[in-house]
Design a protein around this ligand. Structure first.
Ligand code: ADP
Ligand code: MG
Length: 392
């Protein structure tokens, strides 16, 4: 789960990371008021969306008067901001963050990520920050420093100092950097984060280290024990289809194709998507209906899949172990009746109560295309697409 910059800054500040003073605004007037409250003569107004690359996309602006703050904020609210990371639809701006402008002498990059190879938290840092890490890795890979943290020891002070040296820091900045590194590590570990990124971490004109941007992402599997973190979720920043699915206990990821998929098990779902591609089609989504799916849950899965207007055929592929094919069949029939389905549905059932499931589908009289194997199901789904040329 991602959170906003202002939320990440508040969390990190609580662990001791220096951040600029700032305030949140939900309207242009409030943004102007925030600027006055902060004082000074230069502010940076920043669109709060779950994405980086806002600077380049026109979502971050240096303003020199209260009016400018207000006008710029007015131009952001209710707009969808398209960045390199959001996709073409962009993300809607409902909040802006106003903070005092910093005098930047140098921009550094600092990231804490989970390194799957070593199964440990890894720090990635560069003395050359500001741009996205992907671009940095391409343009200046030499500048990237990596350090893996031993979970039994934590981030040792000497390690943090070594990294500060590698980044070319000296004098009092080394102690500041050590403090920031240790604070980020504690925040990462104590809050079950998956990622902490400060980009840029700047050195100001007076030689202070300050986090001008912050990003945190959390392990959703651990949210049950972090209610304070879970409360930071902002559904307006999520794919609407995915949040509805998550609320109903379905694992759903929207894709670009037109064959809607309702499958049990992540592995079978991946395999089915591969088979669809092999058969010449494109899946519209990944959906894992999970184990023990009731007819109601099957119906909700249909509703989720059909909320994507690109879907032209639905493929149900169930290998029932914990699931029951008769319940799945009941769910398909229920979906037909309740949702008034008019598009073709291909169903492949195997496993527990498969005979009962098939009988129900046959007896229903509904125009369901039955398939016995995964390959047959994928071929049938592709053939059932309205765009597929029909054999004479
Ligand atoms: P994003 O990563 O989404 O583009 P950032 O918060 O990193 O957004 O802002 C983009 C750039 O704007 C930063 O690299 C920095 O140069 C500048 N910037 C951001 N906040 C401030 C600030 N408080 N004072 C001065 N410049 C800032
Ligand atoms: Mg940034």
């Amino acid at each position: 789960m991602d959170i906003h910059e202002y939320q990440a800054k508040e969390i990190l500040a609580g662990f001791g990371v220096p951040v600029p003073r700032g305030g949140l605004a939900y309207s242009p007037e409030q943004a102007g008021y925030r600027a006055r409250e902060l004082g000074g003569d230069a502010w940076v107004v920043k669109a709060q969306i779950h994405s980086g690359g806002r600077g380049e996309a026109g979502g971050v602006k240096l303003c020199r008067s209260e009016e400018e703050v207000r006008d710029y904020a007015a131009s952001l609210f209710g707009k969808s901001l398209v960045t390199k990371q959001t996709g073409a639809a962009g993300k809607d701006v409902y909040r802006v963050w106003v903070e005092g402008a910093s005098d930047i002498r140098q921009e550094l990059y600092l990231g804490f990520v989970l390194d799957r190879k070593t199964e440990r938290i890894m720090i990635v840092a560069s003395g050359h920050g500001g741009m996205e890490i992907e671009d940095l890795a391409e343009e200046d890979p030499e500048s990237l420093r990596r350090m893996v943290i031993d979970p039994a020891v934590g981030l040792a002070e000497y390690q943090a100092r070594e990294l500060a040296f590698q980044l070319g820091l000296s004098g009092g900045q080394i102690a500041q950097m050590v403090g920031i590194l240790r604070a980020c590590y504690r925040a990462y570990r104590d809050l079950d984060a998956m990622m902490v990124e400060i980009n840029p971490l700047v050195i100001t004109g007076t030689g202070e280290l300050v986090a001008l941007d912050a990003k945190m992402s959390f392990d959703t599997n651990a949210l049950y024990r972090r209610p304070d973190v879970a409360a930071l979720r902002d559904p307006s920043q999520e794919d609407a289809r995915e949040s509805v699915a998550a609320d109903n206990g379905l694992a759903y990821v929207g894709l670009d194709g037109d064959i809607g998929c309702i499958i049990n098990g992540a592995g079978l779902a991946m395999a089915t998507m591969d088979m669809i591609k092999l058969a010449g089609g494109e899946p519209a989504n990944f959906l894992d209906i999970g184990g023990g799916a009731s007819p109601e849950r099957v119906c909700t899965a249909f509703r989720t899949v059909l909320s994507d207007p690109n879907v032209s055929v639905v493929l149900v592929n169930i290998f029932a172990g914990i699931n029951r094919c008769d319940w799945i069949a009941e769910g398909v029939i229920k979906a037909y009746r309740e949702l008034g389905l008019s598009l073709p549905v291909v169903v492949r059932l195997a496993g527990t109560n498969v005979e009962a499931g098939r009988k129900l589908l046959n007896a229903s009289g509904l125009p369901i295309v039955a398939a016995d194997t995964l390959a047959e199901a994928a071929d049938a789904a592709v053939a059932a697409r309205p765009d597929t040329p029909k054999a004479a």
